[in-house]
Design a protein around this ligand. Sequence first.
Ligand code: G3I
Length: 345
Amino acid sequence: TQPSLKQTFRNDFLIGTALNPAQIMEKDTASARLVLQHFNAITPENSMKATHLHPERDKYNFTVADQLVDYGKKHHIKINGHTLIWHSQLPNYVRKMNNADSLRQYMKDHITTVAGRYKGKVFSWDVVNEALADDGTLRKSVFLQLLGEEYIVEAFRLAQAAAPDAELYYNDYNIEQPKKRAGAIALIKKIQAAGVKIDGVGIQGHWRASHIPLTAIEQSIEEFSALGIKVMFTELDLTVLPNPFRGDNADVSARTANSTNELNPYPAGLPDSVQATLSKGYEDLFKLFLQYKDKVSRITFWGVHDGQSWLNHFPVRNRTNYPLLFDRNYQPKPAFYAVVKLKDL
Ligand code: G3I
């Protein structure tokens, strides 16, 4: 029988997945089976984002998020709420705000209502997501522009008040890179200096299978954990396709692929050589995670299987990507076995 990821790493770290509601609502039973077999932590991929939960200023929509939380409780799966404050997937009425008081009041209502509703039910929150630019300065979001850098400490303060038992995290991508990492460390120290709780940092982990920054990752684990907080890998996936739009932040929906080859360079399936690169990437990463298992508390994959990964729609729609441990037919890939066998040694 197929080994279970959560069993294999039970003494090391939690094994999580991003989850879409269909997977637990009997529309995608094959995925749902994989979830129960392999994962003991869930991050809702989209359903707890502001656009979904709080589409209008005085209107919340909790139906889907409630189902996820109930599902987690029923199956003893830890839920990581994602995410309270983020510049993206932010409803227009917030984006268009032009005075500090309205935005401050929105933040207070949103965090208090959402984190408060799931108090005692959601294990942890990505309180603030992606607040940093690649150079380590704060991203020029509506939050920074109207409220100044204090908004970050304030978000954590509000979350702590609304859900005192939940673990509170800062989550971002590329924060393993030196400049952005320095920015993240400064941000975390500021929260701590204000006497406000922060329990962990999430390194998202959207990397290229052929170029995993292992040294930077290792240094990040050491430097972040030296701040007295947990380190997590929160959105792990390894792309095997080239990115023809590198450095281009234009709207994905506005892009068109230049060729069929760009969308699906491997129509006959992943060649062995690329499959091997993917396996090696995951193996190297999990070796490092295991080496630091006392500091790394959770590894969450950004999706259950290749067929449902966001990387099929980024940086251009309708690609065929292969970033996860399970393939489109719900079968474990060589990368799955490369990771699991690390515990047999
Ligand atoms: O729900 C609509 C659907 O009704 C419509 O037909 C379809 C047409 O394009 O769009 C659907 O919404 C999409 C949604 O995913 C659900 O599939 C949005 O357009 C699309 O923008 C959205 O993308 C999500 C993205 O965050 C939004 O920023 C991805 O699924 C999700 O994987 C991704 O996750 C983020 C993390 O939250 C933060 N870190 C980066 C990570 C990857 O971008």
